[in-house]
Design a protein around this ligand. Sequence first.
Ligand SMILES: NC(=O)C1=CN([C@@H]2O[C@H](COP(=O)(O)OP(=O)(O)OC[C@H]3O[C@@H](n4cnc5c(N)ncnc54)[C@H](OP(=O)(O)O)[C@@H]3O)[C@@H](O)[C@H]2O)C=CC1
Ligand SMILES: O=C(O)[C@@H]1CCC=N1
Length: 271
Amino acid sequence: MQHKLIGFIGGGNMAKAIIFGLLKKGYPANRIIVSDPDREKLAIYAEQGIEITENNKKAAECAEVVLLAVKPQIIATVCEQLSAVDFSNKLLISIVAAISVDRFSFLLPTAKNIVRVMPNTPALVSSGMAGLFAKANVTVEMKNFAQDLLNSVGESCWVDDEEKMHAVTAGSGSSPAYFFLLMESMQKALLDMGLDFETARLLVQQSALGAAKMVIENPRTEISLLRQNVTSKGGTTAAALEVFDQAQLSETIKQAMSACVARSQQMEKLF
Ligand SMILES: NC(=O)C1=CN([C@@H]2O[C@H](COP(=O)(O)OP(=O)(O)OC[C@H]3O[C@@H](n4cnc5c(N)ncnc54)[C@H](OP(=O)(O)O)[C@@H]3O)[C@@H](O)[C@H]2O)C=CC1
Ligand SMILES: O=C(O)[C@@H]1CCC=N1
């Protein structure tokens, strides 16, 4: 991929996952600039040879690609700080949850090439998943760069309707947290059963990895069949799954993901 100069506005958790993922893939540190008010956070980037600043306008002005990675709650304030920047020849990538392309067009009227992305933190270990959306006016070159950027830290897919970005948030941005919660709960249960910490963690992490790899490496096999293959009739797995069933786990997961979508829709109106 081209090594365009990327200016990150906000250097928190998600920016860090993408930036360190990019560095691991050989993206040159001197083609990245990070702006954030927190000097401690900036120091981590400076150690990697990345240019740092506390001045958002400066970072955006010199960058060819501006990647917005601040919280949705402060997006209007941050865009106000960027309002004097001419975005007409720049690519604007937003990873900000819930904020629409139309909202960015209103906040930054010179921005024409806007790509909205919903990534996730496994980008840090080159296993990210990102959904992308762009309006029809965005050039193919700009769209390709945005996708190449996300592909260099994992997988990506485009959605044709911006409304679907709420569901993408439930399925990519937020979803690592669901798996972490499951793994946390399993680890705790194993500790309570008397296993030591290292053993409990190894059992959980390796099983999670193995399950994910089985799904990935058998794309034509239904996930439900993989589950059934573990579940001997009258055996141990069936006993465990029966408890999940009684607690209506599938319904709970559906409700949780719907809550994620509802919050995203609410935030879209609020910020
Ligand atoms: N975390 C995740 O898994 C994902 C996050 N996202 C989206 O990414 C965005 C960032 O989230 P996340 O990284 O988790 O949040 P963080 O709070 O970790 O990062 C945001 C960063 O922006 C900094 N900041 C605050 N004010 C400004 C400002 N005026 N100008 C520049 N930087 C500023 C914050 O500094 P300080 O802490 O000092 O306020 C912080 O370092 C959000 O919009 C979120 O919706 C999308 C997908 C996944
Ligand atoms: O929790 C959030 O709002 C952000 C967006 C997706 C993941 N983290």
